[in-house]
Every structure is written in structure tokens, then in C-alpha cells.
Design a binder for this molecule. Sequence first.
Ligand SMILES: *[C@@H]1O[C@H](CO)[C@@H](O)[C@H](O)[C@H]1NC(C)=O
Ligand SMILES: *[C@@H]1O[C@H](CO)[C@@H](O)[C@H](O)[C@H]1NC(C)=O
Ligand SMILES: *[C@@H]1O[C@H](CO)[C@@H](O)[C@H](O)[C@H]1NC(C)=O
Length: 256
Amino acid sequence: MMWSERTIWWCIVFICVKQGVSQNVSSLSKVSENCESGKRQDCADCRTVKICSYDQTVLTSYKCQDVEPDKPYCVGSGICSSDYDSESACGVADDLCPSTKAGFYPDPSNCTQYIYCDEKKIATPVSCLAANNAYNHSSSSCFLRKVLDDCFQVNCELLQNRNKWFIYKPFPQLYFFCSMSGLPVMFECPREFEVYDVKLQRCKFECRESGRFPYPGDNKKYYECVYVTPFKLELFEQRCPLQLTYDEEKRICNVK
Ligand SMILES: *[C@@H]1O[C@H](CO)[C@@H](O)[C@H](O)[C@H]1NC(C)=O
Ligand SMILES: *[C@@H]1O[C@H](CO)[C@@H](O)[C@H](O)[C@H]1NC(C)=O
Ligand SMILES: *[C@@H]1O[C@H](CO)[C@@H](O)[C@H](O)[C@H]1NC(C)=O
């Protein structure tokens, strides 16, 4: 049993590492130096428009997202659009996007920015408006940092962090792997109240408040979290009395 689980996880790790090499959020916004001759406007990268003079100098550039938030991509001869060119770097799935659903996600290596992942796992970086702010994944917005712990970030480029799993502490349903090449790869546990167990290499239920919670895959059972001391919650696996099944809405065993 243990063996088959290990095998599956190692395969996933291998894919992460492979993808990590070719995908790099920060490299998406690299601005190319010169302009093509005769062009006054062009795409610097798939999100940035550049304005040029006829002597091929870039006069200025701007992010489409800053000008037209619903048209974040630069296409063709420097036009902002809601869709990216299929062959552009914007079309590459980003490892910061977990495979679960579209939405905002933290950048685990920088608390002052976050990303939007669309359905195709294409990431659009977003920065907190002020440098002393940090991203809050519960509200998908930034807040003023008051204590050091308000900023959670792990530098995946440091050698001691590479090839290692981390829980995203402010929102432990999220966890990430720092690849061998120093890039974070984000994952999300499938259910609320689940936390990744680094040793077991799988997500498991964790008590965060008292009460009853559904047991995945078996409606005759449920989890119950109970305070055993004023500060310590403990997890119990309970079974409904015969003939009853766990009712998620009423949070109790009920007649079905
Ligand atoms: C990612 O992008 C940064 C900034 O452009 C660059 O310094 C770094 O080498 C890139 N990493 C990889 C693995 O391409
Ligand atoms: C985090 O990102 C901001 C821009 O969004 C940048 O100014 C800052 O240097 C980055 N910090 C780190 C630690 O990479
Ligand atoms: C983060 O957002 C949640 C939900 O809006 C809120 O309850 C919580 O207090 C926020 N955390 C911080 C540190 O601002």
C-alpha cells in the first residue's frame, strides 16, 4: 500500500520538475530591447505594448492590464486584447496555478504579489498596491502588514529549499514544491479543511474548528473535532448509528 502511494507521488514530482524548467512567470514580462524598423507600436511581450520611434528606440511601454483590465494581452502589432496569440508565451500553463479551478492564488515566493489563473492555467501576475502590504488568500486582496508573520514567503531559489515540499501556512489547503531549478509549483488539496502531510505525501483532514465534518467517500462516517483542553482540538472518526447516514447540511446523523 505504502509503496503504490510513493510511486504515484514521485511521478507527479517528476512532472513538476520537468514543467518547472520551461515555465517562469517573471520571464513572461521581459521587455525586448529594440523595435522593428518602421513600426511605431508593437508587443514587447504578450502583456506589454511598446511605443517606438522610427529610429527603432522604445520610447515607452505599458501593461495592457493597467490600461484595459479586461484586455490584458498584447497581440499583433501592439493591440490589447482579451485573448492571447496562440503561439505567444502567454499560452504556457504556469506552475503557480494549481489544477483545481480558475481564480486568484498566492505567489509563494513573494507575499506582495499574487496571480490570476484562468481556466487554461495561464497566470497573470498582480501586485499589491503598496509594498508594505501582503496578499490574503481568504479575501483575494492585500492588507497592511503589521507583524513579520503577516508575510509568508519561501525563496525557492535557495539551495536548502530546492526539491522540498512546503505548506502555504496562511492558507494550508495550498501547498507547493520548490523544484530542482528553484521554481515554486503550486498544488491545492481537494477539500476544505485538508492539509498536505509532507511525510505521508497526501492531503488529510485537519481540525481547525470544533464541530462535525463529512468523511469523504463514506456517508456512514464523519469527522468530529472536539476541544480536549481550552487550546487543543482533537480529531475523532465517528460512525453513525445503524440505519442513519451523515447529513452534511444538518451536520448530524440522520434518517435517509
Ligand atoms: C526566470 O526569470 C528570471 C527573471 O527574468 C531569470 O533571472 C531566471 O533565470 C529565470 N529562470 C529560469 C529557470 O528560466
Ligand atoms: C516581490 O514583488 C515585487 C513586485 O511585485 C518586487 O518589487 C519585490 O522586489 C519582490 N520581492 C521579492 C522578495 O522577490
Ligand atoms: C484575510 O481575509 C479574511 C476574510 O476576509 C479575514 O477574515 C482575515 O481577517 C484577513 N486576514 C488578515 C490578516 O487581514
